[in-house]
Unconditional design. Sequence first.
Length: 647
Amino acid sequence: MIVLSLVVAAAYLPGLSGGWFFDDYPNIVDNRGVQPGDASIASLTSAALSSPSSEFKRPLASLSFAFNYLASGLNPEPMKATNVVIHLLNGWIAFLLVRLLMAGATRQVTLGDTWRAVIVAFLWMALPINLTAVLYVVQRMESLANLFVLLGLFSYASGRRRMLADGNGNGNGNGCVLAAGGMVLASAVGILAKETAILTPLYALLIEATVFRWKRSPRESRRDGPSRRVIALFIVTLALPLAIGAVVIVPRLLADATWAPRPFTLSERLFTECRIVASYLRWTLLPSPGGLSFYHDDLKVSTGWLAPWTTLASAMLLAALAIFAIAIRRRLPLVALGIGFFFACHLLTATIIPLELVYEHRNYFASLGIIIVLVTLLAGGGNPDRIHDEAVRPRAALLVIASFAWLSFTAFTAYKWGGDPLRLPTELAVRGPMSPRAQYGLGRVYVIATGYKPDSPYLEPAYKVLEKSASLPRSSTLSEQALIFLNARMHLPIKDEWWASMRKKLEIGPVAIEDESAIMSLAACKMSGECDLDPQRVLELYVTALSHDNPHARLIGAYSDFAWTALQDQKLGYDMAKLAAQTEPNEPAYHITAARQALALNDLPTARLQIAALERLNVGGRLSSTLSPLRSTLANKEHDAAPVEAR
């Protein structure tokens, strides 16, 4: 196992030299919160609560980025190396877990179980589909959450085996505590890295249903039937939370307003996810550059069972797989378990939550289930004594071929993720010729390479790629923004059609986060004085984007800054600042802006309200350094406003 871990590490090594990528920027590079100046409680609390990725902030992952920053600054290489270490550690825990599962409920772990577990762990670590959970720095959120998922499942399996193997009942209590406590604690900690860890009890339920089958421990009553302790455990950890979620969360997820920002409806998402989940299977077992292209924004949305026809075909494949798992759950429990892991892993990301449709890193745990199935079927996993059988060896040879192919593909892609800044964007543009994001990513790197010099050899390629990206179906306004930004920085004429294209896309909507970023980038460049832009043009973009229902606080807050600074319209800027704070009351940045503007305009009652809101959000003193000058300014203004006789 040590040697195989080193082989996987060597495959990933070329990718460590790569730079930041995609969502690394808002979460790490441009997020001052995860770049603390010291390791004080206030700084680390601020870091923990700084993630823009989720309402739950994912504090454990953000803290890990902060510790990386304290150790080596804003250098992506150590952060990528940390991700590789987490991935290898996950591989080792997966090995320990699968070894127990191979042995079943009570049988002693054999050498065959150990070898099959080694094969599973190695193949899983080498899978190309898992690369983005490793070299894509921000997706440490996924791999770190699954570190605790795997620990929780190992604890559960160990505890249940201890319960069932205890003939005298002496250790049954400890086994029960290990099974229940380890699973619950690991799940609770894992959620702090990413919400996907909430599925840990469901995975444990699948292990119970297929491997342990609700068997009673010797310490429990001698009556026949399932273990009441285990049933009670899953009622508390799974059934009750599901019932509460169904009542509290599901109605909000089904509301039309929830889906308004997305370019697809709930029904379209469910239809499309049939094709996507089926594609995940293919990309895991038969990876290809066109499949593992990272960007999948060129995916056609399904509007019905036969639009396109592959929607129904995919749904039938998935249904057949689920029926197969149920049918063979007693004869081949690990096959059923692996299929169950795959489906359960996608319950959050492929159903009614309005996330983006597809990302490869969502298969990080699901792919472990697929590998368990593959090894069980090809390496005699259904019978612990068959690993050396003549009939098994030809099938096991397929695993050797697969491991070589997968590891080679992973090493090749890791090489593309490293080195020259143009290498990865060029590769992804080739893999996704119709992907607006892939083409924009290449164009953006060309823009940076120009150095904003009109005689740069990268200028023409930048224009060509960005104009292609802007014309692709379902493209955002980022490409037009990059073209405007490029010419504005070089003080060259800006084409009217670029502005017109941005406005048209914003009018049609919905306005995505990428579109918000495009407008904000142009506004920031104008306010900094680096871009020669007509402020009225930028104003038109803001007004158009904000004309849609339920605009994001992020866009409202950015409009406030632009109105206050660039337009010198303090009333408009102030109104927008208060609206942003009202729209997202748990985000301190909006209250800070509103408080500062209220103080500047001598609106002391509003300043008090905004400062009070900040004090409620001052967890661990993270906002103390910001609150202190605000309180001081407010006190001085209150003193000046007080009547002379009251002083």
